[in-house]
Ligand binder design. Structure first.
Ligand code: ADP
Length: 608
C-alpha cells in the first residue's frame, strides 16, 4: 500500500482545521470588536470636541455682545487669547469668524495673516445665515492624508448669529489607538494559533496514532500476517475501535486458518483422487484441474487454465455451456485410437449460489475404458455362446425333423442322421463343459489339487498317449532330457493344457508333418514348446488366439470339432499356475506354442 503523504494525512488535516477555526474565530471577533471600538472612540472624540466648542462659543458670545471701549483689547485680541487658552498645545485648527464672514481669530499661529480675511466656506455660510450646526464631519487632509474632524458651530445670542467657530481637529490619535488595539489582536491571534497548532498536533496524535497503528496492522493483514496487535491507548471510542480491530484480526486469523485447512484438505483430496476433477467459473473457463484430469485429457495443467472446459473436452461443437448446465448429467467421450481404446465418462454438476445463479461447473472424469471393455466382452461372450449353441441346435432340429418326417424308416439314412445329432450333442456338451470350466476359473475360489510331478516323464506319458491314438501320418520328435525336474502343479489341468496344444498341432498338421516337443529349464521356470508344421496363424490373428471363441478359420475349425475355448482355458490355467503362455507362428510354415511353469520356491509356497 502507498504511504500516506504528510499533506494528505489526517494529522495534517486535523491541525489545519484547528488552526483555521481559530483564525476565523479570531478574525470575526477582531473585526466586530475593532469596529465597535472605532465607533466608540470616534464618538467620544466628537462629543468631547463638541462640548469644548460649545463652551468656546459661549465665551466668544460674551466677548462679542459687549460694547468695546477705547482702551479695551480689540475683539481679535480677545478671541486670540480665548483660543490659546482653550487649545494651547493641541493639534486643532480653530477659526473664529464674525457675522461678516471675516476671520477674527485662529489657533494656527503660522497662518495669522488670514485674520481679517473673508471666508467663503459653504458650511460657514450656512451656519451664519441659518444658524446651522454641523455636528462633525470626518474629512481627509489632502496633504498629510490625516483624518480630520470638522465642526462648524454658530455663535448665537438668542436667535442672532454673532459668528461661527470652524474647527478642524486631527483624529490621528484615535486611529493610533485603534492601530495599537489591532496590533494586540494580531499578537493574540498569533499566540493563540501557535498554542492551538501545538495542541492540535498533540491532540491529533492521540487520535491518529491508533489509527495509523490500525492502518499498519491492516497492511500486514493483507500480507497474511495476523500476529501483530494494535496497542490500545485508552477506552474511548478509538480505544474501543482498536479492541474491536484486534478481535476482528483474531477472527480473521481463525477464519483464514480454517479456510487454509479446508483448502489443503481439498487440494490433497483432489491430488490423491484417481478420478479427474475440473472446476470452472460461471463462463465455463477452467479455474482448477487436478493431475489425473490433466493426464486423462493429455494436457498440461498450466496451459488449460482459463481455457473453455468444452474445448478442452473437445465437445464445443456439439454442446454449448447452457446446454451442459441445463440438460447434461454425464457424457461418454470416446478418445479411442486404432491402437488403443480410451473411453472417458464425464459427470457434470453445477455450482449454484443461494439465489440460484450459476457460479460454475464441476466436471468429474472417470476412465471407463476397462469397464467398457469388460462390458463389450460380456456382450460378445453372450452373443458367442448363443451363436455356438444355436448352430448345433439348428443342425439337430433339421435332422430330427427329417427323421420325424419319415427318414427314421430309411435304414441307410437314419443311422447317419442319428450319428450327426449325436456328434452335435457331444459338441454341445463339450462346449457347456468348457464354459463351466471357464466360469469356475473366473470365480476366484477355484482350487487346484497340486502335487510334485516329475515333469520329463509326465510330458513323455502325454506324448505317448497321442502317439498311440493318432490317426494322422505325423512324426513326433521329442527333445526331452530325462533329468530330476519336479514341478508342483495340478496334473489334470496341465494335462488339459497339453492335450489342447497337442491336439491342435495334430489337427492343423499336414499329412507327413512333424511335431517337435521341447522341454527347457530356466532359472525360475520350465518352458514347454510344441512346434508343428501346419497352416500357421496369420499375424493379425496372433494376438487374439487366446480369446474366448476366437477361431482363425471359423468354418474349418468348427468342422474339426473345436469350441474356440480350448486355448482360452489353457491360458487361464497356465496363468493361474503363475506361468505364461504365448505363440510364435508363420503362415504356411508352422506354429510354436510355448508355456512356462514356475519352479520358484516362493511361488510354490502360495499353493500349499
Ligand atoms: P478350437 O477348439 O477351435 O481348436 P482353440 O482355442 O484350441 O479352439 O484354438 C483357437 C484357434 O486357434 C483355432 O480355431 C485355430 O484357428 C487356431 N489354432 C490353434 N492351434 C493352432 C495351430 N497349431 N496351428 C494353427 N492354428 C491354430
Amino acid at each position: 500500500m502507498k504511504k500516506v503523504g504528510f499533506f494528505k494525512s489526517i494529522h495534517f488535516k486535523f491541525v489545519l482545521i484547528y488552526v483555521l477555526l481559530i483564525l476565523i474565530a479570531m478574525q470575526i471577533i477582531s473585526v466586530y470588536f475593532v469596529q465597535r471600538i472605532e465607533k466608540q472612540l470616534v464618538s467620544n472624540f466628537s462629543e468631547s470636541l463638541n462640548e469644548r466648542v460649545d463652551l468656546l462659543a459661549y465665551n466668544l458670545e460674551q466677548e462679542m455682545i459687549i460694547e468695546r471701549n477705547e482702551g479695551m483689547p480689540t475683539l481679535e485680541e480677545k478671541v486670540q487669547t480665548i483660543l490659546s487658552d482653550f487649545f494651547s498645545g493641541e493639534k486643532a485648527d480653530v477659526r473664529v469668524i464674525d457675522k461678516n464672514s471675516r476671520v477674527v481669530g485662529t489657533t494656527n499661529l503660522n497662518n495669522l495673516q488670514i485674520i481679517g480675511r473673508r471666508v467663503t466656506d459653504i458650511r460657514v455660510k450656512q451656519a451664519l445665515v441659518a444658524g446651522f450646526r454641523d455636528q462633525g464631519k470626518i474629512m481627509v487632509d489632502s496633504q498629510t492624508a490625516h483624518r480630520l474632524l470638522v465642526l462648524t458651530v454658530p455663535i448665537k445670542s438668542g436667535n442672532n448669529v454673532l459668528g461661527v467657530i470652524n474647527l478642524q481637529a486631527s483624529m490621528e490619535s484615535v486611529y493610533e489607538q485603534l492601530k495599537q488595539i489591532n496590533t494586540i489582536f494580531v499578537n493574540a491571534t498569533v499566540i493563540a494559533l501557535t498554542i492551538t497548532a501545538l495542541l492540535g498536533i498533540f491532540l491529533a496524535q492521540t487520535i491518529t496514532r491508533p489509527m495509523s497503528d490500525m492502518r499498519k496492522q491492516a497492511q500486514e493483514m493483507t500480507k497474511g500476517n495476523f500476529t501483530r496487535k494494535v496497542k490500545v491507548y485508552g477506552y474511548d471510542e478509538i480505544g474501543q475501535l482498536a479492541i474491536t480491530f484486534n478481535n476482528l484480526t483474531k477472527r480473521l486469523q481463525e477464519a483464514q486458518a480454517t479456510t487454509e485447512g479446508e483448502r489443503r484438505k481439498l487440494s490433497s483430496v483432489l491430488t490423491h483422487m484417481t478420478d479427474g476433477v475440473i472446476a470452472t467459473d460461471r463462463k465455463g473457463r477452467i479455474i482448477l484441474i487436478n493431475d489425473p484430469a490433466a493426464d486423462m485429457l493429455n494436457v498440461s495443467r498450466e496451459t488449460v487454465l482459463a481455457e473453455s472446459v468444452l474445448s478442452v473436452l473437445g465437445i464445443e461443437e456439439e454442446y454449448t455451456l447452457e446446454k451442459v448446465i441445463e440438460e447434461v448429467d454425464y457424457l461418454i467421450l470416446d478418445f479411442s485410437t486404432k491402437q488403443k481404446p480410451y473411453i472417458l465418462k464425464v459427470s457434470f454438476s453445477v455450482i449454484q449460489k443461494e439465489t440460484g445463479l450459476v457460479n460454475g461447473l464441476i466436471a468429474v472424469l472417470y476412465d471407463i475404458t476397462e469397464q467398457e471393455k469388460i462390458e463389450q466382452e460380456r456382450r460378445e461372450f453372450v452373443a458367442n455362446v448363443s451363436h455356438e449353441l444355436r448352430t448345433p441346435l439348428t443342425t439337430m432340429r433339421s435332422y430330427l425333423e427329417a427323421l420325424a418326417e419319415g427318414a427314421w424308416k430309411d435304414e441307410e439314412i437314419a443311422p447317419k442322421f442319428l450319428d450327426v445329432t449325436q456328434t452335435e450333442t457331444e459338441r454341445m456338451i463339450r462346449l457347456v463343459n468348457d464354459l463351466l470350466q471357464l466360469s469356475k476359473l473366473d470365480s476366484k475360489d477355484y482350487r487346484f489339487v497340486k502335487e510334485w510331478v516329475h515333469f520329463p516323464s509326465y510330458f513323455n506319458r502325454i506324448i505317448d498317449r497321442f502317439e498311440l491314438t493318432k490317426e494322422q501320418n505325423v512324426t513326433f520328435n521329442r527333445h526331452i532330457v530325462d533329468q530330476e525336474l519336479f514341478v508342483e502343479m495340478d496334473e489334470d489341468k496341465i494335462t488339459q493344457v497339453l492335450d489342447n496344444i497337442i491336439s491342435n498341432a495334430l489337427k492343423y498338421s499336414p499329412e507327413g508333418g512333424q511335431i517337435e516337443f521341447h522341454l527347457k529349464q530356466h532359472d525360475d521356470c520350465i518352458e514347454v514348446t510344441v512346434t508343428d508344421q501346419g497352416v500357421g496363424i496369420p499375424k493379425e490373428n496372433i494376438n487374439h488366439i487366446f480369446d474366448r471363441f476366437y477361431r482363425v478359420d471359423k468354418a474349418r475349425t468348427r468342422k474339426l470339432g473345436g469350441t474356440g475355448l480350448g486355448l482360452a482355458i489353457a491360458k487361464e490355467m497356465v496363468v493361474a499356475h503363475g506361468g505364461d503362455i504365448w505363440v510364435d507362428s508363420e503362415e504356411g510354415i508352422g506354429t510354436t506354442f510355448h508355456f512356462t511353469l514356475p519352479v520358484d520356491q516362493e511361488f510354490e509356497d502360495e499353493w500349499e
